[in-house]
Design a protein around this ligand. Structure first.
Ligand SMILES: [Zn+2]
Ligand SMILES: [Zn+2]
Length: 192
């Protein structure tokens, strides 16, 4: 993969159009890529919803979406999901990736300031979304969690960690991406 990779952004559940539009622009600056937004919203069936937890099962959502879109042949798929989700044994996940299938998902509710009782703030919400999208895409390219707390590949236990990291890859993670043929925009690379 030495040219731009193809990326499908797949809305699932309620996602604001304005957010999708901004996401295409910003991810296009972060990664040398060709990005499309799916024309169809794919909301997973309730069989993948856990009524006790009031969350979707993230892994099942990922697999369900993958089966719906795999025939389209995109290099990577990023599902942007307007619902909360979990993976055992965690209480929740901000996102999930399957590097073998080349698909990732991010889950929106916990990125919103109002989830924590703060006033809505679209810019803060969007900044968190960009970081989580970059993080999960990084996993689909084979990156693991990074010990550099500023690196977008550092693990986030809470939204405080998401806010602490930057929307960029550290030199180590950047060079690993380069090694698998992924080119980054200058705003996606940390100097240290
Ligand atoms: Zn991760
Ligand atoms: Zn890193």
């Amino acid at each position: 993969m030495n040219t731009a990779f193809t990326l499908l952004i797949q809305p699932s559940g309620f996602v604001e159009f304005t957010i999708l539009k901004r996401l295409v622009e910003v991810l296009g600056e972060k990664f040398v890529s060709k990005i499309d937004v799916s024309t169809e919203n794919l909301t997973p069936p309730l069989i993948h919803y856990n009524w006790l937890r009031e969350q979707y099962h993230a892994g099942k959502v990922l697999d369900w979406i993958y089966e719906k879109i795999r025939y389209l042949g995109y290099d990577r798929v990023l599902a942007v999901c307007g619902f909360d989700a979990y993976v055992e044994p965690l209480n929740f996940v901000f996102g999930l990736a399957d590097p073998f299938k080349g698909i990732a998902a991010v889950f929106l509710p916990r990125l919103r300031p109002e989830f924590y009782g703060f006033k809505p703030n679209v810019d803060k919400y969007f900044e968190r979304l960009v970081k989580e999208c970059m993080h999960e895409l990084g996993h689909t390219f084979g990156l693991e969690h990074c010990s550099n707390r500023k690196c977008v590949m550092s693990f986030s236990n809470s939204v405080i960690d998401v806010d602490h990291k930057l929307a960029a890859f550290c030199p180590n993670c950047s060079s690993k991406l380069k090694g698998v043929g992924i080119q980054l925009g200058s705003s996606a690379i940390l100097l240290q």
